[in-house]
Structures are given as C-alpha cells and as structure tokens.
Design a protein. Structure first.
Lengths: 221, 410
C-alpha cells in the first residue's frame, strides 16, 4: 500500500547540512499497524511527515496505492491527504476556537458534503471514541486524554485508509495512553485502517504488528 | 463551509479583543469620514433642487481679465450677462442673479441676519423652486421695479413667526420694505448661486449697478438654458467664441476669460485658466480618500499578519486535513471581509449619528445631509475593498506556510 524507496531528507541552512533520513526504504501493507521508534532527533517525525505528504523528500520515491506522489500539485496533494490520510498529533492540534463537533467536522469541510452529513459523520466518529457527551465543549474544557480522543475522531471522520499518529500517547499518563492505544488497535482491527505510529514507548510499540527502528536517520530494524 | 468560517472569524475576533477593537475602530472611523464626505458631496453635487434643468444648463460664474503682471477675476456684471450672453442664439433663456448680500433687520427689537439677492424674471422660469405659497415675480413686476420679494420658508418662520400665510405681508431688508409675494422651500447654502433668504427683482437694487455698470465684472451669475441637452456643446462654443471676441477693458489686460460650464465644472472652478478645477478637486478627493483608506488598510495588514502567526497551528491542521492553499486564502479573505463588514456596520451607525449631529447643529445653512442608497452602496464597496486589500497579502503569506513548520508552532 505504501512504498518508500531510498528516501533521503536533508535540511540545509547557510552553514550546516543535516541528514535527517538516509536511504530509508519501507513497504507497509494495507491493514498493517506499524510503529516507528528511535531516539529523539533520529528522523521519526520526518519520516511520518513524508509518508503523510506534509513534507517532501530530498531524494527517493514514495508511492501510495501505486500512485507516485512526487509531482502532485498543491490542490491534488490536498485532495489526496483529505481522502486517504488522517493525522493524530502528540499535542492534539485541536482548534481552540471551535467546539468539539466543529473540530471533528474539519476534514469534511474540504470535500463535497452537506452540513447534515458532516454533523452525522462527526457525531458517529465521536461516539466511536466515547465522547458523545462532549460535542458542545471547547478543547480547553477537556482533559488531555479527551483531547486526543477528539483528535482521533477527527482523523477517522473522513474514513481514511491510512492514519499517521505522531506520538499519540506522548503527552498522556499510562492509563490514558492505554485507552488511546486500545482505540487505535480497535480501529485497525475492526476497520482495517492502516496505522503508522511514531512512539517512544516500547510497550505501546509492542502492541503493533511491526516495529521499525531508526537511528541517525537510518533504518536499523 | 461559510458557517464554519463565520464561527472561526467571530471566535478570532473575540480572542484578541484589543486587536479587534483597533481593527474595528480603524475601519469604522475611516468609513464614517468617507460616508460623511460622500453624503456631503452627494448632496452638493447630486441634489438638484431647485436646479432641475441641470442637464441642459450651463453656468457662468466668473470672468477674468489677465495681463502680463496683473489679473482681475470675479463674478460678472448684469450688463455683461444681459447684453453679451443675452445676444447668444442658442440659449432659450438666461437666469441672472446676484450673489447673496448680508444685512441685519429687526423684528420686535430682535436682530435677524438676512441674506438677499437680486434676480431677473427668467430666473424663476429656469429654476424650479417649490412655492409653498404665492408665486414668483413676473417680468412686468421686474420692469416696473416693484418692491416685491420671494422669501424662503425659514425666513418666513423667523421673520413672521407661525402665521399661516406671509403673502401680502411686508419684509424689511436694508431699510427697504418689500411685499412678500411668494414663499419657497429652503435651498442649502452650498448651492451658492441659488441660495438666499430673500429674492428681489434686480431693478430694485439700491446701487443701480445693473444700469450704470457697463463693465464686464460685477456681482452676478448666469445660467444659460439650452433647448435640449444636445445643444450644450453648441451653447458652450458660442459663449467661448463670444468671449474671445471681447476686447479687454483696460490696457494692462491682454485677454478676457470666461466659460459657460456644466454644473460640476462651474462648482469646482478655481478661476485658474491653466488648471482644471475639476481635475484638482477630483485629484484632491482621491488622494484624501486614498490616504484615509491606506492607513487602516496597512494597519489591518499588520494585525492580520500577527494573527496569522498566532494561528499557524490551525493552518497546519487545515492543510494536513485537506485544505489547499487556495481554500485557505479564500477562508482568510472571507474572515477578513466579515471583520470589515462588521466595522462597516459600526461605521454606518456612527455616520448616521454624525450626520444627525451635523444636521441638528445646522453648521451649514439649510443643508440636510442624509445617507442614501448611493452613499450606502459606496460604504459597502469601501468595506469590501478594505476586506480584500487588507486580506490578500496576509492570506497569501498564510497559505504559503509550510505545514510542518506551521504545526511545530504552538
């Protein structure tokens, strides 16, 4: 489903050149739950951003569903992300000015849906993460675990085939973290969603199908 | 989608109340000034009472004679208008009236300031004053030198108080008593060629200047009426040719200048032969409006850029979940237009209040300013231009933000 070939990412400033990813090749099958581990600064998030088409590799090729992504325009990339990908971030990235329901509806705003459909789908997504009773709340009124569940609802509301989670339990205590992990496992198992998760937590990583380790930008496992 | 944009726009406005206040103040204050100015221009230029035949009239308000080191410029003499302009073929009628003169008169020991002017009989044919009672003086009455007067409704009220009819009563101006034969609706002082409290036949003028002054210059204006609007050019050219043929009155002068112009041109005429008054006025108004608008626009651009930096996380999220750069530009411009329209609404309310104050203070005699559809339309247009101008650049900057960088910002 996802195929990365010799991906390199170099960050350049006037004086320094940093190799964030060094010839990473990876194949991720449909329905797989993959975790990416490694020390801080090893390129985990960079890899996730490149798979999520949020960043471009300096070299190498990435294909999703056999489609080359290198030459897609800004509009095509936006549509691609909207339909195929869902994102969960460590710091949730909810829009504080919007209520929970509006936050979850966000991906649907960028595709042809009616207000009624958006409301229905967002309500269903929130029900899946157990937050039906918080639709009218603002993010500031929620706990960390609840915020992350809203973020998951937002990631799944558009029924994407792939979910990219960047340390989704990183800001949570272990109990909350386990709850979030259970939701992701259930999503992968019941809906067949492909999940790629960056984590620092060995326990969480071992709950996934496969573990990829990075060190200094290179794949070591 | 729009509902979502509206929600976020309102939320953003509420989040930074001080910024919002500055933005709204900038927009509404500017708009208020522009609306009041537009209301004023619209009233002065657009209101054609009692000058309803403006489309087929040309106005003569000034004559100048220039020499090498000297120049004389001012209104015209009655003789010039009746004799020279009166000899033209194209005008079917010529309204001749003096500038208004001020004097004081006393009623029951109360001093009243009075403005009076002299007119010919055709003045009342060309200009369609609304007569609340009575009628204008006739050619016969003018020729006879009858001491009759047409007065304004305000003058009637001030001089006679609340009486049902002033016709037949006597009014005193400059120690002469005149019999009131008509009362007309007020004319604002901005229509300086037509405004007065009392209108008198030119033949009763004390100085007798209409008879003795055979020079070009005096204290009179003229309105030349053509048969139709199509004859205006012809009438204009005929007047120009007539003036060109005139010899200067004195040796030190080499040239005589005078023009029969349309209302707007005559209104903004500066008397300078080398520069068009219209051009100067339009340029001045445009520069004023531009400066007035550019300052709050730059202010808004600045505030918007600051706001964008605050919202980079949101921009990152929107991009990650499928918003294209174009969609984000659209969203931001819509948000900005909501802000400017809100400012516009406040501006319109403020303008109504300011105009009410100006009207009630009667700063300019008989000038009743109001916001009409033209002014509202201009106001709305200004808001939209504001919204677009101040939103496009920040929106473009926002849309170009790199997603990863945007998401890293908190």
């Amino acid at each position: 489903m996802i195929r990365l070939q010799n991906i390199e990412k170099v960050y350049r400033t006037d004086t320094v050149e940093t190799l964030a990813l060094n010839k990473v090749s990876l194949e991720i099958a449909k329905g797989e739950f993959l975790s990416v581990m490694g020390p801080s600064g090893c390129g985990k998030s960079t890899l996730l951003n490149i798979i999520g088409l949020l960043d471009e590799p300096s070299k190498g090729e990435i294909r999703i569903d056999d489609q080359k992504t290198a030459n897609l325009s800004d509009k095509q990339l936006a549509q691609f992300r909207n339909k195929k990908l869902g994102f969960i971030f460590q710091s949730y990235h909810l829009i504080n000015d919007l209520q929970v329901l509006d936050n979850v509806e966000l991906p649907l705003l960028y595709r042809a849906t009616t207000a009624r459909e958006r409301k229905q789908l967002a309500t269903e997504a929130l029900a899946k993460v157990g937050l039906s009773n918080r639709v009218k709340h603002f993010p500031s009124q929620l706990s960390g675990g609840q915020k992350q569940r809203v973020a998951i609802a937002r990631a799944i509301v558009g029924r994407p085939e792939i979910i990219l989670a960047d340390e989704p339990t990183g800001n949570l205590d272990s109990a909350m973290g386990n709850e979030i992990m259970d939701i992701l496992i259930q999503l992968n198992r019941d809906e067949g969603t492909t999940i790629i998760m960056v984590t620092h937590d060995e326990n969480m990583a071992h709950k996934t199908h496969r573990l990829v380790r990075l060190f200094d930008g290179s794949q070591v496992q | 989608m729009l509902k979502n944009y509206f929600k976020i726009a309102i939320a953003v406005l509420r989040r930074r109340k001080f910024f919002t206040f500055i933005s709204l103040f900038g927009i509404s204050f500017t708009l208020t000034i522009l609306l009041v100015l537009t209301a004023f221009i619209d009233k002065v230029v657009g209101d054609n009472y009692p000058d309803k035949k403006r489309d087929r009239s040309l106005y003569v308000s000034r004559l100048s004679q220039e020499g090498k080191n000297t120049m004389s410029s001012g209104p015209l003499s009655f003789y010039f208008l009746s004799h020279y302009a009166g000899s033209l073929k194209t005008p079917v009628k010529i309204a001749i009236s003096s500038g208004f003169n001020g004097t004081n008169t006393y009623v029951n020991n109360k001093k009243i300031a009075v403005n009076y002017k002299y007119t010919n009989a055709e003045y009342w044919d060309i200009l369609e004053y609304d007569f609340l009672e009575g009628k204008a003086f006739s050619k016969q009455q003018v020729d006879n030198g009858d001491k009759v007067a047409v007065i304004s409704e305000d003058m009637k009220k001030e001089y006679f108080g609340d009486i049902p009819s002033a016709t037949g009563q006597y009014i005193e101006a400059d120690n002469v008593k005149y019999r009131v034969i008509g009362v007309v609706k007020n004319v604002p002082i901005t229509s300086y060629m037509l405004y007065s409290d009392i209108y008198l036949p030119y033949t009763v003028a004390k100085d007798g200047g209409y008879k003795t002054n055979k020079g070009y210059q005096g204290n009179y204006f003229g309105i030349l009426l053509a048969n139709s609007a199509n004859d205006l050019d012809k009438m204009h050219n005929e007047y120009e040719q007539m003036v060109q043929r005139l010899p200067p009155e004195q040796k030190q002068f080499t040239k005589v200048n005078s023009h029969a112009e349309t209302y707007i041109k005559s209104y903004v005429d500066t008397g300078n032969e080398r520069q068009s008054g219209t051009l100067i006025v339009i340029t001045a108004i445009s520069i004023f409006a531009f400066i007035l608008m550019i300052l709050p626009t730059l202010n808004l651009v600045n505030i918007n850029i600051t706001r964008i930096m605050e919202r980079s996380s949101e921009i990152g999220v929107r991009k990650a979940f499928g918003a294209s750069s174009r969609t984000l530009v659209y969203q931001f411009i819509v948000e900005n237009i909501i802000l400017t329209l809100l400012g516009g609404l406040i501006g319109i309310i403020l303008s109504i209040i300011v105009l009410k104050v100006i009207n009630s203070a009667n700063l300019i005699a008989n000038l009743e300013l109001s916001i009409n559809f033209t002014v509202l339309f201009i106001g709305l247009l200004v808001c939209l231009v504001f919204g677009l101008l101040s939103g496009v650049y920040p929106a473009w900057r926002m849309s170009k933000l790199n997603v990863v960088t945007a998401l890293k910002a908190q």
